[in-house]
Design a protein around this ligand. Structure first.
Ligand code: G1P
Length: 357
């Protein structure tokens, strides 16, 4: 079995972060989102992985993941020139997938499940396709499935009048018959070839589509608040502390805190769970729970919690605590005593700044 990860989306709701990095590469707890999926794929015994990228973000993936060797994988990049839908992404990957069964994974989803179990179920029950489902409160935002005796009998993409609350989440398994299905479907109202429509074609042609409902946690990391929540969920699983840096005597650490190589903590209070990358400097500060701090970050005289601070950012001399924030790589957030007492901003396109009254 091969794996196909779809990462060609533009990530517009995560601008400006996605101007400089592809959405699945944005780190959660200091690890690119996609790496959580790649590790699960490897655990399921799959090593041949195709990643569908767009012409602009291909170089970001190559720089971060390379050939996949470090993860024990063999990665092939497949370029989707235009955003024509998930089923279109599968169709252009036919040369890579050939006659093999494949597990398809939406790159921005973070699903913590035992993929191996689903692969076994797919094989044992001789299915043509398999999907993972979860109950949701807003079914019209998703592909929705209707089940009968544990078999899928109908799927529909973003229905106005949802026939169930079971959303198709970003994990699918297919036999090569899906290529025939894709050749027989038409673009949807949003101009895309929908994978949901291809699955409905399989059902219409008496193919066997299995499903499993999961109640655990899954997240489509589409919006900034999703990233903050995903970060919190991952840090909740931090089971112990590790310190490869230097914590000076006048600092105190509570709960689970991971501190990277060459990091220095001076005159500060850290209340975990927190992950701190290599070569970080934290001085005269308070870092609260659910905070991820990337490599080379400097935090001086500031208070931060429940936030994601990306590599080489600088945060200094803040009068108000930063909460639920995402600070991009190399960004600077400082308070200055400059006169006149005004706010001076150099803010990138699509940024969002909230200033307390
Ligand atoms: C896509 C699929 C949809 C699925 C969802 C899961 O939607 O088309 O069926 O439920 O992913 O995240 P999109 O993100 O393209 O709106």
């Amino acid at each position: 079995m091969k794996a196909l990860i779809l990462c060609a989306g533009k990530g517009t709701r995560l601008r400006p972060l996605t101007f400089t990095n592809a959405k699945p590469l944005i780190p959660i707890a200091n690890k690119p989102t996609i790496v959580y999926s790649l590790e699960m794929i490897k655990e399921a015994g799959i090593t041949e992985v195709g990643i569908v990228v767009n012409p602009d973000n291909k170089k970001d993936f190559e720089a971060t993941l390379g050939t996949g060797e470090q993860l024990g994988l063999n990665i092939t990049y497949i370029v989707q020139e235009e955003p024509k839908g998930l089923a279109h992404a599968v169709a252009i990957s036919e040369d890579f997938l050939k006659d093999d069964e494949f597990l398809m994974y939406l790159g921005d989803n973070l699903v913590t499940v035992d993929l191996k179990k689903f692969v076994e179920e797919f094989n044992n029950e001789n299915m043509d396709s398999f999907i993972l489902l979860t109950p949701v409160e807003d079914p019209s935002r998703f592909g929705i499935a209707v089940l009968k005796d544990n078999k899928v009998i109908k799927v529909v993409e973003k229905p106005k009048d949802p026939p169930s609350d079971l959303a198709i989440i970003g994990v699918y398994i297919f036999k090569p018959v899906v290529f025939e299905a894709i050749k027989n479907i038409k673009p949807s109202w949003r101009g895309e070839l929908e994978i949901t429509d291809a699955i409905q074609w399989l059902l219409d042609n008496e193919k066997n589509v299995g499903a499993h409902i999961i109640y655990g946690w899954w997240k489509d990391t589409g919006k900034p608040e999703d990233l903050i929540e995903a970060n919190r969920k991952i840090l909740e699983q931090l089971k112990d502390s590790r310190n490869e840096g230097i914590v000076y005597e006048n600092s105190s650490i509570h709960g689970n805190v991971v501190i990277g190589k060459g990091a220095r903590i001076l005159n500060s209070v850290l209340r975990g769970p927190i992950i701190i990358g290599d070569n970080v400097l934290i001085s005269d500060s308070y870092i609260g729970p659910y905070t991820s701090i990337g490599t080379g970050v400097t935090i001086e005289n500031a208070e931060i919690e429940n936030s994601i601070i990306l590599d080489n950012a600088t945060i200094a001399h803040l009068e108000t605590r930063l909460d639920s924030s995402i600070i991009g790589a190399n960004a600077t957030v400082v308070h200055s005593d400059r006169k006149p007492k005004t706010i001076r901003l150099v803010v990138g396109d699509y940024s969002k700044i909230e200033i307390p009254r």
